[in-house]
Design a protein. Structure first.
Length: 339
């Protein structure tokens, strides 16, 4: 029962915090913790410790290392697909690198324990802790990204802002950007049908490898989809997600449009965009467009790494004491061996 009580506490915390602001990253931590403790509590309550129950729990325990191997192999396979279809940039290699790490780290930990005594055990334990922290954080991020992306936000936006995502060499929109624009048009038309008439703001400047500003190409696409020119206000100076938000807000304020915004990006980018909007103080919620399946693992990993960098002090505070303790144990053991 204790596990179920803990699950209930975290579920209540999730519901309260989500109601206060669905963009908070801690919502994902609360939700994931509630699910994990709820599942464990349910298994404990259901088990009567008969032979079948013990066998079932044993199979569940065995499934963990098997799932690690399957997950690692799947990431490596996805990484190969990304390199073949999207090129060899570091971002496209993330799923491959993560898959190799998932498969190699357990082997490294075993070697450390067998070959290096107390120091090896200490380092292996630290590796396990860091891996567990990263895994839990990633699961929380991925789970809540999916949940947030499917929420009905119920806002009546003064503008629907579509974030840019690069252009083709000829200056036309890519399939990824077209997906965002189509989602933006869908949201805009839904608002018009409700009696609200927000502006559509294509947001994106000109990159060093682009022949024109993304917003210009996006505006052309929107007009081709039947959106009236007077309902489109292009923002053509931003080059990052932060600037997409800040400069769109400034442009709308100069146009006399204040009030809540609906930001449109790709589904994998929804939660980080929402978190950034919250930190910038923007009254905005976010919806996402679908992404090709093969692209999703690397995209989520890239977003997760970006979030870790943006919130690096959280990781430092969480892991710092354990790193310091492991270092002290290792130094003490090596000093003792030296004498």
């Amino acid at each position: 029962m204790f596990l179920l009580v803990v699950a209930a506490v975290f579920l209540i915390a999730y519901l309260v915090c989500r109601r206060r602001d669905p963009r908070m990253l801690r919502n994902g931590v609360f939700l994931t913790t509630a699910v994990v403790f709820g599942v464990l509590g349910g298994l404990v309550v259901a088990a009567d410790w008969s032979l079948p129950a013990v066998v079932a729990l044993g199979l569940l325990a065995l499934a963990l290392p098997i799932s690690v191997v399957v997950f690692g192999v799947a990431l490596v396979a996805n990484g190969v697909t990304m390199l073949r279809k999207e090129g060899r940039s570091l971002g496209n290699q993330l799923s491959l690198l993560a898959g190799v790490a998932v498969l190699v780290l357990p082997v490294v930990a075993v070697v450390l324990v067998v070959r290096f005594g107390v120091v090896g055990v200490t380092v292996a334990a630290l590796l396990a802790l860091v891996s567990a922290y990263a895994s839990a954080a990633f699961v929380s991020f991925a789970l809540y990204s999916v949940v947030y992306g499917r929420m009905r936000h119920g806002v009546a936006p003064t503008a629907v802002v579509v974030h840019g995502a690069g252009l083709r060499a000829d200056g036309t929109v890519t399939p990824l950007l077209r997906g965002r624009l189509d989602r933006g048009v869908q949201a805009w038309r839904a608002e018009v049908a409700r009696g609200n008439r927000p502006l559509l703001v294509p947001s994106g400047g000109q990159g060093s490898d682009e022949v024109r500003a993304e917003a210009t190409a996006m505006r052309e696409y929107l007009l081709d989809q039947g959106v009236p020119a007077e309902d489109v206000l292009a923002e053509d100076r931003s080059t990052t997600t932060r600037e997409n938000i800040e400069r769109s807000v400034e442009l709308l304020r100069d146009a006399g449009r204040t009030g809540p915004l609906l930001l449109v990006t790709s589904d994998y980018h929804v939660l980080r965009t929402a978190s950034l909007a919250r930190r910038l103080g923007a009254d905005a919620q976010v919806v996402g467009s679908r992404t090709a399946r093969y692209y999703v693992p690397s995209a989520f990993l890239r977003e997760f790494v970006a979030l870790l960098v943006e919130h690096r002090w959280v990781s430092v505070v969480a892991l710092g004491p354990f790193v310091a303790l492991a270092a002290a144990i290792a130094v003490g053991e090596l000093t003792g061996l030296a004498h």
